[in-house]
Design a protein around this ligand. Structure first.
Ligand code: NAD
Length: 380
């Protein structure tokens, strides 16, 4: 079995889909691995390190792909980049399938079986494959570091001979994987941390991390979690109550980090322009939901907006990619954990059980078609 690791073509992507560690693992499983030259450059991995792990270094993406059974990528490759792979080759990547049906159809046309790593189900067996978690965790961490770096004051309380400095008040909105890590990081650097979410299960998690929980805890709140553990979209009445509660709280915050998402939908707007106007000059908002429309009315993808009253609102794109070496290390391990059960121990070839729950949830192209019920081509 031949595995290809191609360099990412998006200039803003700094991650890579394999590391020397995972190359070694694949070779141990009986595979040959070809890595495109320079693939690890932005994640501080030299070609030599891949070669030392047993990979061959391919001069181009096409040379890496030639004869491959499996292609590993961070982002969805263009079909043209897969020329030369074996028929039925497997492609593992974050496919970003919503609104991108044409791209999926062209992958299907290329004859590959493409798996969307962001659709791994949140079941116990799949935890080690869960790229959303591994990447969101780093995003939550980095959001706090970015906030601290652009904040004009110190974060922790300091008692000095020249007098004391008050700790920064840090508010985390949305306590999923990213939010939990943001709380932990903000606490570690000495912030005074509060957090909110619409799922009741998060209250205990927030308290266990030593932060204070702030939320409208009514009947709707008690039923806000889906069976899959995600938030439901909240009613306009709940949102109005939530806005009222958070408005008075936000006005007193130095740093607000927003991470609130609803799967497959636009992110809820939690911070209005009016709330921003109530904040102190020099306060910071980091909007981790900016790629999905944003939790703050004023945030813009890839920009830092400064409001009229001097609040900095940052909407960095690809936040896990701002910690590229760590993000690549974890993403690459997620791919190993996904691929390993698909490799036959005796033949060392791919043997995919297409009825498996994880395969069904992630396989978006197969045999020239789109098998996933949520990503079907429209009837002609
Ligand atoms: P997510 O990225 O979809 O959303 C982030 C957070 O935003 C969620 O906690 C959500 O409740 C919150 N949110 C949504 N609307 C909001 C609003 N109006 N106001 C405030 N907060 C709002 O979430 P995630 O990080 O992917 O985690 C979702 C769930 O999946 C969690 O329960 C998590 O523990 C669980 N999970 C399970 C596994 C597993 O079992 N394998 C792995 C990872 C995560």
């Amino acid at each position: 079995m031949r595995i290809a690791v191609q360099a990412e073509t998006d200039p803003h992507e700094s991650r890579v889909a394999a590391t020397p560690e995972t190359v070694k693992t694949f070779i141990g499983l009986g595979a040959e691995v070809a890595v495109e030259t320079g693939a690890g450059r932005k994640s501080a991995i030299a070609d030599d390190a891949y070669a030392a792990a047993g990979a061959t270094i391919a001069p181009t993406a096409a040379a890496a792909a030639a004869g491959a059974d499996v292609v590993l990528r961070v982002r969805r490759p263009a079909a043209a980049e897969l020329a030369g792979v074996k028929p039925g080759a497997v492609v593992l990547a974050i496919l970003d399938p919503y609104e991108n049906l044409a791209a999926l159809q062209s992958l299907a046309g290329a004859g590959v079986s493409a798996f969307a790593m962001e659709l791994i189900p949140r079941i116990t067996r799949a935890q080690s494959m869960d790229v959303l978690s591994s990447q969101a965790n780093l995003a939550g961490y980095r959001a706090v570091i970015d906030a601290a770096a652009s904040y004009d004051r110190a974060i922790p309380m300091m008692t000095t001979a020249a007098g004391s400095i008050q700790p920064a008040r840090i508010f985390i909105m949305g306590v999923g994987v990213a939010g939990l890590q943001a709380i932990a990081t903000a606490r570690r650097i000495g912030g005074l941390v509060t957090a909110t979410d619409v799922r009741p299960a998060t209250k205990e998690q927030v308290l266990s991390l030593g932060a204070k929980f702030i939320a409208v805890e009514d009947e709707e709140f008690a039923a806000a979690e889906t069976a899959a553990g995600y938030a439901k979209p909240m009613s306009p009445e709940y949102q109005a109550k939530q806005a009222e509660l958070t408005a008075s709280h936000i006005a007193k915050q130095d740093i607000v980090i927003t991470t609130a998402l609803i799967p497959g939908r636009k992110a809820p707007v939690l911070i209005t322009a009016e709330m921003v106007a109530s904040m102190q000059r020099g306060s910071i908002i980091i909007d981790l939901a900016v790629e999905r429309g944003g939790n703050c009315e004023l945030s813009r993808p890839g920009e830092t907006v400064i409001s009229d009253n001097g609040v900095k609102i940052t909407g960095n794109l690809n936040v896990p990619g701002r910690v590229p070496a760590s993000a690549s290390a974890l993403y690459a391990r997620n791919l190993v954990n996904f691929l390993k059960p698909l490799i036959d121990k005796e033949t060392h070839e791919l043997a995919i059980d297409w009825d498996d729950e994880i395969i069904k949830a992630t396989a978006l192209t197969r045999d020239g078609a789109l098998p996933h019920p949520n990503f079907q081509a429209p009837a002609p």
